[in-house]
Design a protein around this ligand. Sequence first.
Ligand code: G4P
Length: 520
Amino acid sequence: MTIRDEMKKRRTFAIISHPDAGKTTITEKMLLFGNLIRSAGTVKGKKSGKFATSDWMEIEKQRGISVTSSVMNFPYKDYQVNILDTPGHEDFSEDTYRTLTAVDSVVMVIDATKGIEAQTLKLFKVCKMRGIPIFTFINKMDREGREPLELMEEIESTLNIETYPMTWPAGMGKRFLGVFDRHNEQFVQYTGNEEEMYIPYDELENHKELTEDATYQEAEGEMLLVDEAGDGFDLEKVMKGDQTPVFFGSALAPFGVETFFNTFIDFAPEPAPRRSTEGIVSPDQEEFSGFIFKIQANMNPQHRDRIAFVRICSGKFERGMNVTLSRTGKTFKLAQSQQFVASSRGTVEEGYAGDIIGIYDPNIYRIGDTIVTGKQNFEYDELPQFPPELFKKVTAKNVMKSKQFKKGLEQLVQEGAIQLFKRYRFEDYIIGAVGELQYEVFEYRMKNEYNVEVELTSMGERIPRWIPEEQVDESMFDERNMLAVDREGLPLVLFKNDFSLRWFKDKHEDIELIDLFEVN
Ligand code: G4P
């Protein structure tokens, strides 16, 4: 098979949702389709503390906390599927966001009883900003949820995206009969057992019991309405992230997941060309290239190794090949490479655009680094930095350890694990992070890798705004609206809240406040 054939088979995506919407359950069903696990096991019961049998959750269990965005890959039909798991923790970090730079599409899981929730919205915005195609699965139809039409409307108005229902549900909860599969022109009947029953539209007349059911008829009426008044399916819009195909089902039953997955996998995009400093790089070109979207230390507690996660963007990867790190121009051999299939980190011999590989990092890589082969020399577009929301002051508990403390801080900042600021004209260090989990990891790693115990003092949520150097007047600021500098020494203000920010703006109209993280 040619590089092009291999590349065209890749489907690389992430599943995003608010905690409890059913991401783990649906992922597990997909792994079953891929024969990656043999039985579904007990789905992680948060209350009972039970864990699923699937291996990748074992890792989370052992680690106790989900810091790894693991990668699951398996062949399915004619495709090679790569699912990138975003941490399923209550909390999430920049890792979650960055994972989205390495995928070609996203599955958004929504709980039918709740609709759009806070974290879905945050993650959705990142996808939208990057123009990633989004497919929606409305889950938990086996429970009494919100009306499907109302959910569609909420997606459209809250997320500002067109919807196209690929399937349409007949009833819900105890009255859930199944879904109309508009794409394949069949009714998929919910029988309560695991098999999905497919009835082609032209055979429905033989299923009077179903078609004469009032719930069925009501749904049919709604679907006609959607047909007439709704937007038509537009693959071009889907690819730009302007329309989302919507599917209904229950990950737990399971029902509708297979129908969803089969349609999704056909429509989901193959790896796309990517922008670089030397123009567009095609995924099927001969020469290999990729970028590092994540660095993970100590994945194996026995070895103090660091693994860099590489998203392959073009060409063919072969174990032992020589690559050049574009940032430094240095060339080295990629001898140790790993693929993350559930718990076993198997050695990977080759890979193509869309695949994710782990390479051993002897402390030379940084997040966002590009690696290339041959005479190429370019870098992929910089990875976005995400606005930190929580801020904490940090000090070493033991002042004698200040050297290790600074070294640890420096390296973790370089990895992109945290963002570092300093109080203006002071030596006080301030850390910014997206979520609380990042602090837990930070504290743990400082202790385990640099042997420094740190003291963190919360400053709460803050809103960072940069100001031009020449407009800095220290008398305007205090603890509430704190003046600080970023790593490059550029001044910024950490505003206490929205109210303080507005108050300041009104009072000092002449001062320019810059939001470096603005998402357009
Ligand atoms: P997450 O990864 O998005 O956080 O969600 P997860 O799959 O763990 O699912 C969260 C809960 O919702 C689980 O309950 C799971 O069994 C349930 N669930 C998932 N899909 C469906 C569905 O289609 N229908 C119904 N009725 N439930 C579903 P749990 O952890 O066992 O219990 P608890 O957290 O409610 O205590």
